[in-house]
Ligand binder design. Structure first.
Ligand code: AMP
Ligand code: MG
Length: 416
């Protein structure tokens, strides 16, 4: 399932980022299982069925403006028209009569269009004198009307299965009067860190130890995706300990995400163990940071073996794992990666042959948006991620960036 050209070549050639992404996504299908939940709880959940509009939204033709509901045929083309005001239509309190020849009804925004009327004249241009209103020439039949079903037509698909619910989707469901929706069950994801030198927080550091940060960045990233987390802690570089942890994780979770232990030198016994437990490929990716990565299956669980360096973990998570999780969660179609060109406010040289993900900060200057480097770019410098608001993506054939060049950035945060 996951053998790649890079694997077959004994690790000599690098696997392209796009090929790895495609191989991962192609091998995954959404998890089965769904539940019916109240609309207020669906933020970040994925619809398991189409939401069909049970009626038109809006339900009735209504006024887009405060003004007067009139009959266009009553209006004189080249001169002012005088009409008799026979009543008022409020939002939620319609005018119950019929607008006859020579008549108008005062109308508020959102109020149903009274029978007989076909046009709204905004109050700013109308001149009111007691029970009469004077309408200037130049009005158009049907103006300032919102039509029934303009937002959603009865029977149409308001939201398709596979939609990821944000604030707009929650509002849309509520606008249809629907209180509960069917969503895919939450994805269960187990996380563990590997390494004899990795210490859990809460105790002093021993010589040569570093605190575990990867499980915490993954905790944040996975919480944001609404996953159910199974925290397996830190596992030392001992085959029996790792094997037991992997078996437990794979049994409990849909997805197992590890960090560390997949680089050359460390990989050998892990590789041997994983081939025994399941079907896992060890890739050398044409990416910086994050060259080594393992991907495959242990039992029924999908395994991502991310590199150990904290920035490499985040880069590989966002470039490979997040979309894979969204697909498993049932999101369809996957949102397109947002990239946009912007002017570089820095210069650097680069080795060709790998796509490089630098950490950048967007800045608004005199001649538009520009991007600068967010601090030191080492793959262990997590501060660069915290200071950054975008990845600067340099393609594999790029060998240098000069100040003023156009580079592509991938913003960290979506707007909605
Ligand atoms: P590895 O891929 O296991 O060789 O790890 C590469 C580098 O990342 C080493 O310097 C590790 O100490 C560091 N590292 C590995 N796992 C973690 C972790 N969970 N938290 C912080 N640093 C880590
Ligand atoms: Mg290690």
């Amino acid at each position: 399932m996951t053998t790649s050209p890079a694997d077959a070549a004994g690790g000599r050639s690098l696997l392209a980022v796009d090929a790895a992404r495609a191989a991962i996504l192609d091998s995954l299908v959404p998890v089965a299982g769904w539940e019916r939940v109240p609309v207020r709880t669906v933020l970040g959940r994925v619809l398991a069925e189409d939401i069909i509009a049970p009626y038109n939204v809006p339900a009735h033709d209504n006024s887009a403006m405060d003004g007067y509901a009139v009959r266009a045929q009553d209006l004189t083309a080249g001169a002012e028209t005088r009409l008799a005001v026979v009543g008022t239509a409020f939002a939620g309190r319609p005018f119950s009569g019929i607008v006859g020849p020579g008549q108008a009804v005062r109308i508020m925004t959102g109020a149903s269009i009274p029978q007989g009327a076909d046009t709204i004249v905004v109050q700013e241009v109308a001149r009111r004198e007691h029970e009469q209103v004077f309408i200037p020439p130049g009005q158009k039949l049907g103006q300032n009307l919102r039509h029934a079903g303009e937002d959603l037509a009865e029977g149409s698909v308001a939201l398709a299965a596979g939609s990821l619910c944000g604030p707009a989707e929650i509002g849309l469901v509520a606008s249809l009067g629907i209180a509960e929706v069917a969503v895919h069950r939450r994805l269960r994801v187990a996380i563990l860190s590997t390494g004899d030198e990795i210490a859990s927080i809460g105790r002093p550091l021993g010589p040569g130890e570093v605190y575990d940060s990867n499980r915490y960045t993954l905790f944040g990233a996975l919480s944001r995706l609404g996953c159910e987390l199974i925290d397996m802690g830190v596992v030392p570089d001992r085959p029996e300990a790792l094997e037991a942890a992997f078996r437990d994780a794979a049994q409990a979770a849909d997805v197992v995400i590890t960090s560390g232990g997949v680089s050359v030198g460390e990989a050998d016994f892990i590789r041997e163990m994983m081939t025994r437990l399941g079907e896992v490929a060890f890739w050398k990716l044409a990416i910086k940071p994050g060259r080594p990565m393992a991907f495959g299956r242990i039992g029924d669980a999908v395994l991502f073996g991310l590199p150990g360096n904290p920035v490499a973990v985040m880069v590989t998570f966002y470039q490979f794992v997040q979309d894979a999780l969204l697909k498993l969660m049932g999101v369809s179609p996957l949102p397109p990666a947002a990239h946009f060109p912007v002017r570089a406010d820095f210069a650097l040289r680069k080795q060709p042959g790998r796509v490089e993900y630098l950490r950048g900060r967007l800045q608004r200057g005199a001649d538009g948006l520009a991007v600068t480097l967010a601090g030191a770019q080492g793959s262990g410098v997590l501060r660069s991620m915290s200071e950054a608001d975008c990845f600067i993506v340099l393609p594999d054939d790029c060998t240098a960036v000069l100040a003023g060049d156009i580079v592509h950035v991938q913003p960290f945060h979506g707007l909605v």
